[in-house]
Design a protein around this ligand. Structure first.
Ligand code: HEC
Length: 244
């Protein structure tokens, strides 16, 4: 019942809010996210707060749910107003906001927001902004450091056995045996490694089984973890004869 009424009431509130803000002259402050010294004067701020409180009353329609919704929206508008007027939240305040958001969002949403994804162009561009650490990469690879979702990636489980190409000499193999193939003409070593990890079935190394390597690594690691793994694999520059 309350749920059915909410969209209508919400539209009503927004309409009323806009009307009040237009008439009180404060509309543009929030709408455009711009700052004017005038609008941010304490007296004018107090006026805007008054109009906002009138537009989003805490006793709204005598309905607790809707009143709480107003309270929540007011808090957001106040914070946005302060930021638009030049307020810089302290680290403590930012951490509290992040903590609050994390406690609201479900784990899947948080993971999806932090995961590197599998759009190759975007991932390669993102990788430019971080520096991989091969030691952390080794820990991730060996499952001693958990992935974004708390699980072990399990790379070494396959790559230290017969089922997958060996870890040792990975970079040398990529450089000397993969990148010389015509389909990898335009690839860098990083591009090949990233594609092997995020899209393992795009190219199957000769002699190995297709569809064995998991295809969800893009959802299970963030860009820093991918950079760390790549740095670790780049450090595997043993000569092929050493690995035989
Ligand atoms: C279930 C087994 C399995 C797991 C787990 C696995 N891989 Fe693989 N991987 C394979 C197989 C099999 C191949 C070869 C077939 C292919 O090309 O897909 C391969 C190929 C690769 C290649 C290309 C190697 C080459 O010589 O060209 C790279 C790089 C790679 N994996 C990295 C990783 C990383 C990093 C992880 C962990 C995040 C991982 N793999 C997890 C099975 C696995």
């Amino acid at each position: 019942m309350q749920n059915r009424r909410r969209p209508l009431s919400y539209r009503f509130v927004v309409g009323l809010l806009l009307a009040v803000m237009v008439t009180s002259g404060s509309f543009w402050v929030l709408a455009q996210g711009e700052t004017s010294a005038d609008a941010c004067e304490p007296d004018n701020l107090a006026l805007q707060i008054e109009s906002l409180q009138a537009a989003l009353p805490a006793d709204f329609e005598g309905d607790t749910d809707l009143a709480l919704g107003n309270l929540f929206r007011l808090a957001n508008i106040y914070q946005q107003l302060a930021i638009n007027c030049g307020y810089e939240p302290t680290e403590l305040e930012i951490n509290a906001l992040i903590g609050n958001t994390l406690s609201l969002a479900d784990v899947g949403t948080i993971l999806a927001a932090n995961a590197v994804g599998d759009d190759m162009d975007a991932v390669l561009a993102d990788l430019d902004s971080v520096t991989g650490d091969s030691f952390t990469g080794q820990l991730l690879y060996n499952g001693m450091e958990p992935a974004l979702d708390g699980s072990a990636l399990g790379c070494s489980g396959c790559h230290e056995g017969e089922a997958a190409p060996p870890t040792e000499g990975t970079w040398t193999r990529v450089d000397e045996e993969r990148l010389v193939l015509s389909q990898f003409e335009d690839y860098s070593d990083v591009h090949y490694l990233v594609e092997s990890i995020l899209h393992p079935n795009d190219y199957i190394v000769e002699g190995y089984t297709a569809n064995l390597m998991p295809t969800n690594f893009g959802q299970r690691m963030d860009v820093q973890q991918l950079a760390d793994l790549v740095a670790y694999l780049m450090s595997q520059d043993q000569l092929p004869e050493d690995t035989e």
